[in-house]
Design a protein around this ligand. Structure first.
Ligand SMILES: Nc1nc2c(ncn2[C@@H]2O[C@H](COP(=O)(O)OP(=O)(O)O)[C@@H](O)[C@H]2O)c(=O)[nH]1
Ligand SMILES: [Mg+2]
Length: 233
Protein backbone atom coordinates (compact mmCIF):
# COMPACT_ATOMS: atom_id res chain seq x y z
CA UNK A 1 0.00 0.00 0.00
CA UNK A 2 1.21 3.45 -0.82
CA UNK A 3 1.79 6.18 1.70
CA UNK A 4 -0.97 8.43 2.85
CA UNK A 5 -0.19 11.26 0.44
CA UNK A 6 0.06 8.92 -2.55
CA UNK A 7 -3.45 7.50 -2.45
CA UNK A 8 -5.57 9.58 -4.74
CA UNK A 9 -9.13 10.38 -3.80
CA UNK A 10 -10.28 8.71 -7.01
CA UNK A 11 -9.05 5.41 -5.59
CA UNK A 12 -11.26 5.84 -2.53
CA UNK A 13 -14.68 4.60 -3.60
CA UNK A 14 -17.81 5.55 -1.69
CA UNK A 15 -20.64 3.02 -1.62
CA UNK A 16 -24.10 4.23 -0.72
CA UNK A 17 -26.95 1.77 -0.27
CA UNK A 18 -30.17 3.67 -0.83
CA UNK A 19 -33.82 2.83 -0.45
CA UNK A 20 -36.36 5.56 -1.19
CA UNK A 21 -33.92 8.40 -0.53
CA UNK A 22 -34.85 10.84 -3.33
CA UNK A 23 -35.14 13.64 -0.76
CA UNK A 24 -31.63 13.30 0.68
CA UNK A 25 -29.36 11.50 -1.75
CA UNK A 26 -28.64 14.56 -3.90
CA UNK A 27 -27.23 16.56 -0.98
CA UNK A 28 -25.24 13.56 0.19
CA UNK A 29 -23.62 13.17 -3.24
CA UNK A 30 -22.97 16.92 -3.46
CA UNK A 31 -21.19 16.89 -0.10
CA UNK A 32 -19.01 13.97 -1.22
CA UNK A 33 -18.11 15.74 -4.46
CA UNK A 34 -17.30 18.88 -2.51
CA UNK A 35 -14.70 16.81 -0.69
CA UNK A 36 -13.30 15.63 -4.05
CA UNK A 37 -14.58 12.07 -4.05
CA UNK A 38 -15.31 11.24 -7.66
CA UNK A 39 -16.13 7.55 -7.50
CA UNK A 40 -19.47 7.45 -5.78
CA UNK A 41 -21.72 4.43 -6.22
CA UNK A 42 -25.36 4.53 -5.26
CA UNK A 43 -26.97 1.12 -5.11
CA UNK A 44 -30.67 1.75 -5.57
CA UNK A 45 -32.31 -1.21 -3.96
CA UNK A 46 -35.64 -1.32 -5.78
CA UNK A 47 -36.74 2.12 -4.57
CA UNK A 48 -40.27 3.17 -5.35
CA UNK A 49 -39.27 6.80 -5.77
CA UNK A 50 -36.81 8.70 -8.00
CA UNK A 51 -33.66 7.75 -6.04
CA UNK A 52 -31.90 6.41 -9.17
CA UNK A 53 -32.49 9.36 -11.46
CA UNK A 54 -31.75 11.91 -8.72
CA UNK A 55 -28.48 10.13 -7.85
CA UNK A 56 -27.43 9.85 -11.47
CA UNK A 57 -28.13 13.51 -12.11
CA UNK A 58 -26.11 14.42 -9.02
CA UNK A 59 -23.11 12.62 -10.53
CA UNK A 60 -23.06 9.18 -8.91
CA UNK A 61 -22.77 5.84 -10.67
CA UNK A 62 -26.02 4.04 -10.08
CA UNK A 63 -26.44 0.28 -9.78
CA UNK A 64 -29.97 -1.01 -9.43
CA UNK A 65 -31.65 -3.99 -7.87
CA UNK A 66 -35.00 -4.61 -9.54
CA UNK A 67 -36.48 -5.70 -6.20
CA UNK A 68 -35.74 -4.60 -2.64
CA UNK A 69 -33.12 -7.03 -1.34
CA UNK A 70 -31.90 -5.17 1.74
CA UNK A 71 -29.01 -2.97 2.76
CA UNK A 72 -26.57 -5.88 3.11
CA UNK A 73 -27.24 -7.13 -0.40
CA UNK A 74 -27.00 -3.59 -1.80
CA UNK A 75 -23.66 -2.93 -0.12
CA UNK A 76 -22.32 -6.21 -1.46
CA UNK A 77 -23.34 -5.24 -5.00
CA UNK A 78 -21.59 -1.88 -4.62
CA UNK A 79 -18.47 -3.22 -2.92
CA UNK A 80 -18.00 -5.99 -5.52
CA UNK A 81 -18.28 -3.43 -8.29
CA UNK A 82 -15.76 -1.10 -6.63
CA UNK A 83 -13.26 -3.92 -6.12
CA UNK A 84 -13.62 -5.01 -9.74
CA UNK A 85 -13.09 -1.42 -10.79
CA UNK A 86 -9.78 -1.21 -8.92
CA UNK A 87 -10.75 0.67 -5.76
CA UNK A 88 -7.96 0.77 -3.16
CA UNK A 89 -10.12 1.85 -0.24
CA UNK A 90 -13.86 1.24 0.03
CA UNK A 91 -16.04 3.41 2.25
CA UNK A 92 -19.66 2.61 3.11
CA UNK A 93 -21.79 5.68 3.66
CA UNK A 94 -25.51 6.27 4.33
CA UNK A 95 -27.86 7.90 1.83
CA UNK A 96 -29.98 9.72 4.38
CA UNK A 97 -27.57 12.47 5.42
CA UNK A 98 -26.63 10.99 8.81
CA UNK A 99 -22.91 10.68 7.95
CA UNK A 100 -20.43 13.52 7.37
CA UNK A 101 -18.31 13.62 4.22
CA UNK A 102 -15.58 15.59 6.04
CA UNK A 103 -15.10 12.65 8.42
CA UNK A 104 -14.24 10.14 5.68
CA UNK A 105 -10.58 11.01 5.91
CA UNK A 106 -10.60 10.13 9.62
CA UNK A 107 -11.50 6.58 8.57
CA UNK A 108 -9.23 6.31 5.55
CA UNK A 109 -6.06 7.78 7.11
CA UNK A 110 -5.22 4.80 9.39
CA UNK A 111 -5.64 2.51 6.38
CA UNK A 112 -3.45 4.64 4.16
CA UNK A 113 -0.67 4.77 6.71
CA UNK A 114 -0.82 0.98 7.07
CA UNK A 115 -1.88 1.06 10.73
CA UNK A 116 -5.02 -1.06 10.14
CA UNK A 117 -6.99 -2.66 7.31
CA UNK A 118 -10.46 -1.56 8.38
CA UNK A 119 -11.96 1.35 10.30
CA UNK A 120 -15.38 1.25 11.94
CA UNK A 121 -17.22 4.45 12.78
CA UNK A 122 -18.37 4.79 16.37
CA UNK A 123 -20.92 7.29 17.60
CA UNK A 124 -20.03 6.56 21.23
CA UNK A 125 -16.23 6.70 21.29
CA UNK A 126 -16.52 10.46 21.59
CA UNK A 127 -19.72 12.25 22.41
CA UNK A 128 -20.33 13.90 19.04
CA UNK A 129 -23.77 12.59 18.10
CA UNK A 130 -27.21 13.65 19.25
CA UNK A 131 -28.32 10.07 19.80
CA UNK A 132 -31.18 9.45 22.22
CA UNK A 133 -30.61 7.51 25.48
CA UNK A 134 -33.06 4.94 24.25
CA UNK A 135 -31.23 4.26 20.97
CA UNK A 136 -27.91 4.33 22.80
CA UNK A 137 -29.07 1.55 25.11
CA UNK A 138 -30.12 -0.68 22.20
CA UNK A 139 -26.91 -0.10 20.25
CA UNK A 140 -24.76 -0.72 23.30
CA UNK A 141 -26.66 -3.94 24.01
CA UNK A 142 -25.80 -4.92 20.43
CA UNK A 143 -22.14 -4.18 21.08
CA UNK A 144 -22.30 -6.30 24.25
CA UNK A 145 -23.80 -9.26 22.33
CA UNK A 146 -21.08 -8.90 19.70
CA UNK A 147 -18.44 -9.05 22.43
CA UNK A 148 -20.13 -12.10 23.96
CA UNK A 149 -20.43 -13.95 20.64
CA UNK A 150 -17.36 -12.93 18.73
CA UNK A 151 -14.97 -11.69 21.40
CA UNK A 152 -14.55 -8.36 19.67
CA UNK A 153 -14.93 -5.32 21.88
CA UNK A 154 -16.67 -2.38 20.21
CA UNK A 155 -18.27 0.77 21.58
CA UNK A 156 -20.92 0.89 18.82
CA UNK A 157 -22.74 -1.50 16.54
CA UNK A 158 -24.69 -1.20 13.33
CA UNK A 159 -22.90 1.95 12.38
CA UNK A 160 -22.91 2.00 8.58
CA UNK A 161 -19.90 4.30 8.30
CA UNK A 162 -16.85 2.11 7.62
CA UNK A 163 -13.71 1.97 5.50
CA UNK A 164 -11.81 -1.06 4.25
CA UNK A 165 -8.59 -1.68 2.46
CA UNK A 166 -9.22 -3.51 -0.81
CA UNK A 167 -7.47 -6.68 0.37
CA UNK A 168 -9.51 -6.72 3.60
CA UNK A 169 -12.87 -6.31 1.92
CA UNK A 170 -12.01 -9.13 -0.47
CA UNK A 171 -11.64 -11.46 2.53
CA UNK A 172 -15.23 -10.81 3.62
CA UNK A 173 -17.80 -13.30 2.45
CA UNK A 174 -21.07 -11.61 3.30
CA UNK A 175 -24.31 -13.52 3.07
CA UNK A 176 -26.81 -11.50 5.12
CA UNK A 177 -29.05 -9.48 2.79
CA UNK A 178 -30.74 -7.26 5.33
CA UNK A 179 -29.63 -5.27 8.38
CA UNK A 180 -27.96 -8.31 10.02
CA UNK A 181 -25.06 -7.80 7.61
CA UNK A 182 -23.66 -5.22 10.05
CA UNK A 183 -23.04 -7.89 12.71
CA UNK A 184 -21.85 -10.29 10.04
CA UNK A 185 -19.13 -7.83 9.01
CA UNK A 186 -17.89 -7.59 12.60
CA UNK A 187 -18.05 -11.37 13.01
CA UNK A 188 -15.89 -11.87 9.92
CA UNK A 189 -13.44 -9.15 10.89
CA UNK A 190 -12.88 -11.13 14.10
CA UNK A 191 -12.83 -14.56 12.44
CA UNK A 192 -10.45 -13.55 9.66
CA UNK A 193 -8.16 -11.54 11.88
CA UNK A 194 -8.57 -8.33 9.93
CA UNK A 195 -6.76 -5.48 11.71
CA UNK A 196 -9.26 -2.81 12.59
CA UNK A 197 -9.90 0.18 14.78
CA UNK A 198 -12.89 2.25 15.80
CA UNK A 199 -12.97 5.92 14.89
CA UNK A 200 -15.23 8.49 16.54
CA UNK A 201 -17.77 9.85 14.05
CA UNK A 202 -20.76 12.15 14.18
CA UNK A 203 -24.11 10.60 13.36
CA UNK A 204 -26.72 13.29 12.88
CA UNK A 205 -30.24 12.52 13.98
CA UNK A 206 -32.94 14.61 12.36
CA UNK A 207 -36.70 14.24 12.23
CA UNK A 208 -36.24 12.82 8.74
CA UNK A 209 -33.66 10.22 9.73
CA UNK A 210 -35.63 9.18 12.80
CA UNK A 211 -38.90 8.88 10.95
CA UNK A 212 -37.46 7.04 7.96
CA UNK A 213 -34.71 5.06 9.68
CA UNK A 214 -34.88 1.85 11.65
CA UNK A 215 -37.34 1.93 14.54
CA UNK A 216 -36.23 0.83 17.97
CA UNK A 217 -38.47 -2.19 17.53
CA UNK A 218 -36.65 -3.08 14.29
CA UNK A 219 -33.34 -2.64 16.11
CA UNK A 220 -34.52 -5.12 18.73
CA UNK A 221 -35.54 -7.44 15.90
CA UNK A 222 -32.04 -7.30 14.44
CA UNK A 223 -30.56 -8.03 17.87
CA UNK A 224 -32.93 -10.96 18.31
CA UNK A 225 -32.09 -12.39 14.85
CA UNK A 226 -28.42 -12.16 15.69
CA UNK A 227 -28.92 -14.20 18.85
CA UNK A 228 -31.19 -16.68 17.06
CA UNK A 229 -28.75 -17.20 14.19
CA UNK A 230 -25.90 -17.75 16.59
CA UNK A 231 -27.79 -20.21 18.77
CA UNK A 232 -29.33 -22.16 15.89
CA UNK A 233 -26.12 -22.54 13.94
N1 LIG B 1 -30.17 -0.78 -0.32
C1 LIG B 1 -30.94 -0.64 0.73
N2 LIG B 1 -30.64 0.34 1.54
C2 LIG B 1 -31.41 0.50 2.62
C3 LIG B 1 -32.52 -0.34 2.93
N3 LIG B 1 -33.04 0.11 4.09
C4 LIG B 1 -32.30 1.18 4.45
N4 LIG B 1 -31.31 1.41 3.56
C5 LIG B 1 -30.30 2.46 3.53
O1 LIG B 1 -29.36 2.20 4.54
C6 LIG B 1 -29.01 3.39 5.22
C7 LIG B 1 -29.31 3.26 6.69
O2 LIG B 1 -30.65 2.88 6.86
P1 LIG B 1 -31.56 3.49 7.97
O3 LIG B 1 -32.90 2.86 7.80
O4 LIG B 1 -31.45 4.97 7.94
O5 LIG B 1 -30.89 2.90 9.30
P2 LIG B 1 -30.53 3.67 10.65
O6 LIG B 1 -29.75 4.89 10.26
O7 LIG B 1 -29.75 2.68 11.42
O8 LIG B 1 -31.83 4.03 11.29
C8 LIG B 1 -29.74 4.51 4.50
O9 LIG B 1 -28.85 5.08 3.59
C9 LIG B 1 -30.90 3.81 3.80
O10 LIG B 1 -31.28 4.42 2.59
C10 LIG B 1 -32.81 -1.39 2.02
O11 LIG B 1 -33.75 -2.17 2.17
N5 LIG B 1 -31.98 -1.49 0.94
MG1 LIG C 1 -30.47 6.37 8.95
Amino acid sequence: MKNHEDVKKENIWIIIAAYNEEKRVENVIASLKKHDYSNIIVVDDGSKDATSSVAEKAGAMVLQHSINRGQGAALKTGVDFAVQSGAEIIVTFDADGQHQANEIELLTAPIQTGEVDACLGSRFLEKKSNVSRHREMILKSGAFVIWLFYGIKLTDTHNGFRAFRREAVKKLDLKADRMEHASEIVEQIAAKGIKYKEIPVTITYTDYSLQKGQSSLAAFGILWNMIKNKVLR
